[in-house]
Write a protein that binds this ligand. Structure first.
Ligand code: DC
Length: 220
């Protein structure tokens, strides 16, 4: 039986950085499910698909994940779109279209299959509540919206056309609202998930905390 670790939480809480570091240390595969929703958003945008046509068109999306030296790459058909999906427009479109039931149904099977076949650390919004309700360990990783915006601002401030702090904070707040208030699979802490608040912790402290929780729960 494979070991499944679920890490859920809001945008910018550091889930992917933390999950990558933890999976490298424990030798698990890291699955970033947000990349799947972003790829569907790219497919919808590139093909100008209206919301009412998504349920019929989505089966043509052909989204797949490949792991190259432990690093996840996401493909649309035979095109590696791992870079293309990281724009503010796709972030917002992914948040919007991930509320559409046909999108969630389409990606549900993909995520469950990977978890059945591998030891995984899977991050997202509904992994502990919907995708892997039987996960061995569930973590809910969060931080205040201001701290998340501050981290994102620092990450982007080297780049030209960097959005201002207020713009980043407003994007984060809007995405939190969308993700927490959609009727299907909203972002929320599973009853049996352990809350880790990273607001005042360093990356190393968060990684160590999560590894300690995983080792305790899996008896390593
Ligand atoms: O984690 P991320 O920011 O890359 O995710 C992009 C969007 O995809 C996010 O706003 C909500 C959606 N998402 C989701 O609904 N369920 C998941 N398991 C992962 C992401």
């Amino acid at each position: 039986m494979s070991i499944n670790i679920a890490i859920d939480g809001p945008a910018g809480a550091g889930k992917s950085t933390v999950a990558k570091a933890v999976s490298a240390e424990l030798g698990y595969i890291y699955v970033d499910t947000g990349a799947l929703y972003r790829t569907i958003a790219l497919f919808i945008t590139e093909n100008n698909i209206s919301d009412e046509n998504i349920p019929t068109e989505i089966k043509n999306a052909d989204v797949s994940l490949k792991f190259v030296d432990g690093v996840q790459k996401v493909f649309l058909g035979d095109r590696d779109v791992s870079g293309l999906i990281r724009t503010p427009e796709i972030s917002m479109e992914a948040s919007r279209t991930s509320a559409i039931p046909a999108v969630r149904e389409y990606l549900f099977g993909t995520q469950q299959k990977i978890a059945r076949e591998n030891n995984v650390i899977m991050d997202g919004r509904d992994i502990g509540t919907v995708v892997l309700p039987e996960a061995d360990v569930k973590i809910f990783l969060t931080a205040t919206p201001e701290e998340r915006a501050e981290r994102r601002y620092k990450e982007l401030s080297e780049k030209p056309d960097c959005p201002c702090y207020e713009e980043i904070l407003s994007d984060i707040t809007e995405r939190d609202h969308n993700d927490m208030n959609r009727p299907v699979a909203p972002l929320k802490q599973a009853d049996d998930a352990i809350l880790v608040d990273s607001t005042d912790l360093t990356l190393r402290e968060v990684v160590d905390t999560i590894i300690r929780i995983i080792n305790q729960k899996t008896g390593r």
